[in-house]
Every structure is written in C-alpha cells, then in structure tokens.
Design a protein around this ligand. Structure first.
Ligand SMILES: NC(=O)c1ccc[n+]([C@@H]2O[C@H](COP(=O)([O-])OP(=O)(O)OC[C@H]3O[C@@H](n4cnc5c(N)ncnc54)[C@H](OP(=O)(O)O)[C@@H]3O)[C@@H](O)[C@H]2O)c1
Length: 370
C-alpha cells in the first residue's frame, strides 16, 4: 500500500491554495489537495501549470475536527489556506495537533496569531510540533527583514509597513472586513497596547511620489512574534493596498462599523461584515502579473543611538505566499524546525533563508540602509 503523502494542503481550491500546490510541485513534495468540494479542487488543480508531474491526490473532507483529524493522521504537515482564520482556523489547528502534524497557515489576523501563541504553543511544543501561522507574504517577509535589521544595528524599536498592489481575492476581502471587528495591538515596552480605532495613517513609501493610505488592520502578527523578544521592546505594524481608492473604502467601512454595526450582537456583526465583503469582491481574480502586482515591505529599526532600515521591493504577493508555504512544508518534511510550538516562519526556518528563497524566484529583493 502506498504510504500517506506527507503534506495536506487544506483549501486547495482557493486562489492561494492553487499557488501553494504549484510550488509544492516545484519542490517535489507529495501532497493531498483537500477541501470541501472535490469538483472545485479538481477544476482548480487541472489549471495548475505542470500539475501532471506532481505527486498528489484529491480528497474531499468535511469541516469537523474529527473528519480533519482522520485526514491529517499519518501526514507530517498541514498547510491551511482556509480563511478568515478567526472563523476557520481553530478546528484545523486542533485537528493538526490531534493528528500529530506541524501546522502552517497563511493568516495575518493578529487575534488569531495571538490565540495560537497564548493557548496552543505549549501543546504543540510538548509534541515536538511547530505551529507557524502567518507563513505568507504578509507578514513573513517583513518579519524576516526585521530580524535582518536586528543583526546590523543596536535597535529596540521596530516599525513595519507592508503594502501590495493587486486585486484582493474573495477570501482576502472577507478577511480584510472580518478583522474590522477585532482590536489590534502594538507593542510598547513589551506590553500590548490597543491601536486607536478608525485611524488612518499616511505613509511615505520608498519608490512612490504620493503618500499611501495605511491602516492598523487588526494589528498584524509582528507584535505577537516579538512579544517576549529579549532585544525588541516596541513594535508597530501598519499596511494595506497600494490603492488609495480601495483603502478609502476600507477606512469608510471601519467608520461605518463603529457607528452602526458594533452595537449589534456578534453573529449579526459577522454576517454584515461578510455581506459587505461579498459586495466588494464576489469572485476569483485573474492570475497575478509580475509587471502589475507590486509589493513593498518597509522595516525601520531604531535604538538610542542607532538606526537601520530594510526595504523589500517585490511583486505578486499571492505567489510569494505560495512559495513561502511550500518552502516551509518542504523543510518540515525533511528536517525538524529550529523552534517548536508557536513561531514565525523566520524563527522556524531562518530569516535569511526565507528572504533568499523568495529572492531566488525573482519575487522580491531586500535592501538594507543604515
Ligand atoms: N498573509 C498573506 O499574505 C495572505 C496571502 C494570501 C491569502 N491570505 C489569506 O488566506 C485566506 C485565503 O485566501 P485566498 O486568496 O486563497 O481565498 P479564496 O480564493 O477565496 O480561497 C478560500 C479557500 O478556502 C475555502 N473555504 C472557505 N470557507 C471554507 C469553509 N467554511 N470550509 C472549508 N473550506 C472553506 C474555499 O473553498 P471553496 O473553493 O470550496 O469555496 C477555498 O479553497 C484569506 O484569509 C486571506 O486573507 C493571506
């Protein structure tokens, strides 16, 4: 009998899922393309370039912890691309732990990242397993850049800005709206402090003449990744799309949420946010184009007498995400992570390694200024 394939890609029919599949094929990692609809996964997989040379099978699976545990058992790594993760993450994470699998996802929602750090990390560590949410363009790249900055200057304060030009997918749009209900935090003297609600930040972005509109967007993962860091005490992360019109729309929705939706019961809040997101993006955008879908990460590090800045100019945020996931899964198939329990991709696989792999595919280039 053929042994179980080592990687389960859950959410294989999604825009990001298909890109993870594309890069798992490049890494020659055998995988199970899983999700709630066999027909949808088949259709999507048939369009993945070169998929005929991949070692994979398709499995339709129900969404309960029991069904997912049964599917994951015998595999080594779960790649979860089913968002919003504040809604869909817990059952997949629990099933991964029960099945004895390393857990990776492509989330960016700070409350979800924090839940894993505070409630799940020790359980994964006890089994020698990694739980690495946020193993994706946003915010693994800026996290790796921040750790590069830490090598070259005596800094204790980090600010990050991550922005991309592109068309958010159905799942991304649902997530952008879902996080509006959550309270994001920054880190001040190693303590979480809530970002003020409904606040806009004008950002001067290298490579652009006009300022860009950025938001705290639920806080981003970095404050959680650096919460107990021995050197870093202050972390603020903001970001958004390199499209002022879209960002004005998100900022207006944040305001509307505070005025009209927050007073409603929680399920009603979630329903209204999902409805609004669906009216903005109800379908799947076309494949990214390197010459159009640009990305930028800016990391500024400051100490009492020192300063360093790292800027990553890149392209195609969803392809970066597919590559980072596949790189991480490939690593875990072959070797234990550098850290078990909760960790960022940079901590688990090396920040230079994460940056180099994305650079090697021509999807990003990091520059240090000090
Ligand atoms: N941090 C980053 O840089 C980054 C990058 C990319 C994406 N993301 C996040 O990743 C998530 C997915 O994005 P995407 O672009 O792949 O979205 P997408 O194209 O809409 O795909 C979503 C996937 O999730 C599945 N799904 C949704 N709800 C489900 C449920 N209740 N049960 C089982 N499967 C479910 C969908 O299955 P069906 O096809 O059956 O509907 C589909 O496979 C979003 O939260 C997005 O914000 C983050």
């Amino acid at each position: 009998m053929e042994s179980k394939r080592p990687v389960v890609l859950y959410g294989a029919s999604g825009f990001s899922g298909r890109l993870v599949a594309e890069f798992l094929r490049e890494y020659n990692v055998p995988f199970i393309a899983a999700g709630r609809s066999r027909a949808k996964i088949e259709d999507v997989m048939n369009h993945v370039p070169g998929i005929e040379t991949a070692n994979y099978e398709i499995v339709e699976v129900g969404g309960s912890v029991e069904e997912l545990t049964a599917l994951f058992s015998g595999a080594k790594v779960v790649c979860n691309t089913v968002g919003p993760f504040i809604y869909n993450g817990p059952r997949v994470l629990e099933a991964s732990l029960k099945a004895g699998c390393h857990y990776l996802d492509i989330s960016g929602e700070q409350v979800w990242i924090r839940e894993i750090a505070e409630k799940w990390s020790a359980k994964f560590a006890a089994k020698g397993l990694l739980a690495a949410p946020g193993t994706a363009f946003m915010s693994a790249m800026s996290d790796a850049a921040a750790r590069l900055c830490l090598e070259s200057a005596a800094i204790d304060t980090i600010e990050t800005l991550t922005m991309f030009k592109g068309i958010p997918t159905f799942g991304s749009t649902q997530t952008i709206f879902a996080v509006i209900q959550t309270d994001g935090c920054y880190l001040e003297q190693s303590q979480y402090k809530p970002w003020p609600r409904v606040t806009r930040y004008d950002a001067a972005v290298p490579g652009y003449i006009q300022t860009q509109l950025a938001l705290a967007w639920g806080g981003f993962p970095q404050p959680v990744w650096f919460k107990d860091h021995p050197q870093v005490a202050n972390v603020r992360s903001i970001g958004g799309l390199l499209d002022r019109q879209i960002m004005e729309g998100v900022a207006a929705t944040e305001k509307l949420f505070e005025e009209q939706i927050r007073p409603l019961p929680k399920p009603e809040q979630e329903r209204k946010l999902a409805e609004m997101a669906s009216s903005v993006q109800g379908s799947t955008p076309p494949r990214e184009n390197t010459r159009e879908q640009r990305t930028i990460d800016v990391v500024v590090g400051r100490g009492s007498t020192d300063y360093v800045q790292c800027v990553i100019f890149g392209t195609c945020c969803y392809r970066q995400t597919g590559l980072i996931q596949a790189f991480a899964a490939h690593n875990l198939v072959h070797t234990p992570p550098r850290k078990v329990g909760f960790a960022s991709a940079a901590e688990a696989f090396g920040h230079r390694e994460v940056l180099k792999v994305v650079e090697s595919y021509g999807l990003a280039k990091a520059k240090i200024y000090s």
